[in-house]
Design a protein. Structure first.
Length: 288
């Protein structure tokens, strides 16, 4: 089973996770920039974070034979903090980088006017730079949040096939599917979707345009949930081809629209021993 996790925050995970993911079949990941759990106090702290998503993190992933790309954006929560908003002025020069395969995660958190402005501006950037957009749907008030998101998307002029709506569930999948956007599902250990609910949704809606991710981060989450969905699909009678479509070909097709996906690393059959340096530093912390 070859797996592409289209939404995972590896910065918050250990190298043990990379090793376990590789052993489970994960060959490629996309890491969206997001909220750290505490407020950033200046745009400069975004730039260091973006640089690590473009440098150190792909290096760490490469040590385990996993191709790493990222999506960059001002996240919805921090769009409300005037100390952070100037990051929007610098975002364009980051969107030119080879490893950036979408603008994201963008979307709504509390549906404030500041979030409206940041969402519209970043959809515009996606259109200008020829990139897809990863749009998260709010954790609270999901249905209303999705309706408003779809309104803004229609006004943006970004074609629906360039947009993935993420964190969907049974209540939002219908409207999201009607919009023509890609459908993202985050599989968590105890909230949102689990693998059995995911299988039921795949039976109802089919495997077209569906993206399944672990969205693993610093909270309770599991970077092997993509594999768990593949196994649950097999148990439920889905074919190997169906599983490959959901866990590999769909994310390749979605992020491939950027023209920047390079999956050669994950194609290595042999798992190499970790080694080598990134800007003089190794994952073994120098001296060891
Ligand atoms: Zn996320």
């Amino acid at each position: 089973m070859r797996i592409f996790d289209p939404h995972i925050h590896m910065t918050s995970r250990t190298t043990d996770d990379y090793a376990a993911m590789r052993a489970a079949g994960v060959r490629a990941v996309v890491e969206p920039s997001f909220w750290l759990g505490q407020p950033r106090t200046s745009p400069a702290s975004f730039y260091d974070y973006f640089d690590s998503l473009l440098g150190w993190e792909p290096f760490r992933a490469s040590q385990y034979g996993i191709a790493h790309h990222c999506t960059l954006a001002l996240n919805p929560k921090e769009a409300n903090d005037p100390r952070c908003v100037p990051v929007l002025d610098e975002l364009p020069r980051y969107l030119l980088k080879d490893k950036v395969v979408a603008v994201g995660e963008i979307g709504y958190d509390s549906m404030t006017p500041a979030e409206d402005t940041a969402l519209a501006a970043q959809l515009q950037l996606a259109a200008e730079y020829g990139l897809p957009a990863l749009v998260h749907t709010p954790h609270r008030d999901k249905a209303a949040g999705l309706t408003r998101t779809l309104d803004v998307l229609r006004e943006s002029g970004l074609p629906p096939e360039r947009v993935a709506l993420d964190h969907l569930n049974e209540t939002t999948v219908g409207a999201a599917a009607d919009s023509g956007c890609w459908l993202g599902f985050s599989i968590y250990p105890d909230t949102k979707m689990d693998e059995q609910r995911m299988v039921r949704l795949l039976r109802l809606h089919g495997t077209e345009r569906v993206l399944v991710n672990s969205a693993a981060d610093w909270g309770r989450s599991d970077p092997l949930k993509t594999r768990a969905v593949g196994e649950a699909m097999a148990d439920a009678g889905f074919s190997e081809d169906d599983i490959d479509q959901v866990l590999w070909r769909n994310p390749v097709a979605f992020y491939g629209q950027s023209g920047r996906l390079d999956l050669t690393l994950g194609a290595d059959e042999e798992q190499r021993e970790p080694g080598g340096l990134h800007e003089g530093n190794s994952i073994l912390r120098g001296g060891e």
